[in-house]
Design a protein around this ligand. Sequence first.
Ligand code: FES
Length: 73
Amino acid sequence: MSDQPSPEVVIKTVDNGPYQVKGPIRLVDHDNNVYDLGPGRTKLLCRCGMSAKKPFCDGAHARNGFAATERSS
Ligand code: FES
């Protein structure tokens, strides 16, 4: 167990899928729409580039066979 304090924001990659972001965060999209995500709440952000609802995941990754399981180390 790490003795680092728990971060307030956690971003997790999902194999073959989106980024899972756990708040609290403020997300501002390309049209300046603001999405406030409270503590402990989660949103899925598109990582495959195929979502019709960017920046959010709409499940297109699964329908189109997006594959991403690489590890950074
Ligand atoms: S990651 Fe789900 S639609 Fe792109």
